[in-house]
Write a protein that binds this ligand. Sequence first.
Ligand code: ADP
Ligand code: MG
Length: 393
Amino acid sequence: MAQLTELKKRFAEQFGGDASGLSAFQAPGRVNLIGEHTDYNGGAVFPAALTFGTTLLIAPRDDRKLGFASTNFPGTSEIPLDEIAFREEDDWANYPKGIVWELKQRGIELSRGYNFLYHGEIPNGSGLSSSASIEVVTAYALLTLEGKPTDTVQIALWSQHAENEFIGVKCGIMDQFAVANGRKDHAIHLDCDTLKYELVPFRSGDYKLVIGNTNKRRGLVDSKYNERRAQCEQAVRDLRAAFPELTLLGQLTLQQFEDNAHLIADETVRRRARHVVEEIDRVGRSIEVLNKDDLAAFGQLMNASHDSLRDLYEVTGAELDAMVDAARTVPGVLGSRMTGAGFGGCTVSLVHKDSVERFISEVGDKYEAATDLKPAFYVCDIGDGVGELKGEA
Ligand code: ADP
Ligand code: MG
C-alpha cells in the first residue's frame, strides 16, 4: 500500500525518527441511501460505509502527552493527558480529544501518551461523515492499544456522545453507527430507537452508486438542523393528546399519524412530521423491494425521499435540487436524492454503469450552469466498517 508508506514517512517527519510500535487503523465515510432526518426521531435509516475514509497511524509515547497531526490540516498540537478540555484553538484536534474525554467518562484512562497522524479522504463538511470517521477510528485504535474490548456498537454510541457533549453537535446515531458497523456490499437497516440492525445485501448489479458533491459551503446548517429537531419535538407534544406516552415520531405508524395529524396545530410542524413518518415508511419499503432485487422500485423511493425533503421538510436548497433535477434527466438513472443533513453537501444517485461517464459530464455541466459552482463526483462501492490495518503498518 503505497499510501501507507508515504504516511509512515510523514509520521516520522512529524514526530521524530523512531516509528517503532506504529499501528494503522482505518474507518470509512458513509452515505445514507434513504431515511433522512429520521435518526433523531427514533426512526429507521439505511446507510452504507464507503471504501474511502480516514486512516490513522498511531504510536505510544514515553510521556503522558497526546501529539496530533493530520495531512488535511497544517500544524500539530501537543496536549497533556490530564488537560483534556474543549479548546477553540485546538480546532480539529477537539474531535480525537473528545474521544479521549469520552473514554475517561467510561472509566478508561489511557495508560500512556500517543502520537496520532490522520489522513482523510472524505471531503470535510459534505455530509459523508468525516467527523464520525475520525471519532470512530480514534476510539477503535485507543481501545485496541489499551487492550480493551472493541465493541463496535458501543464505539458508535460513545463517539456520538463525544460529538454531542464535547464538540457540541447534536447529531443522531446514524453516522457513527454506519462507520463503525458497515460491511462490504451491505447497507445497514438500523432502527435508531432500539439500535436493532440488520445488514442487507446491496446487490446493485449493473448499477453504481454515484455521489455528487455540490461543494456548496454550509451556512445555516446548524441552526436549521436545530430548528427541525425542535419542530419534531413540537409535533410529539401535540400528538400526546392521542398518545400520552409518545416520545419520538418514529414510534408512530403511518396510519396512526394519518388518523391524528390534525392534532398538530401548526401547519409547518405538521409537514415536518409528515416527512418523518412517511420517510420511515419508505425505508421499510426499500428493504422489501431490495430483497426482491427490484432496483427500479428502490430508485423511485429515492426520488420520493428527495421530493419530500424538498417540499415537506424543506432542507434541500437550490444546489441540491439543481443537481438532483439534472441527474434525473440522464438515461440509465433509477433514482437520485440528497443525502446527509441537507442545505448543501451531497446527492446520491443510482446510475447504470454504462451511463456513469455521461452522468458525470452532463450533470456536472448542468449543475455548474445553474449554480456557478464546480461539483465533484465519486463512483462508490460499499466498504467495511472500522478496523485495524494488520500487517500493513
Ligand atoms: P462531516 O462530518 O459532514 O464531514 P463535520 O463538520 O461534522 O462534517 O466534520 C468535519 C470536521 O471533522 C473537520 O472540519 C475537522 O475538524 C474534522 N475532521 C474530519 N476528518 C479529519 C481529518 N482527516 N483530519 C483532521 N480533522 C478531521
Ligand atoms: Mg459530521
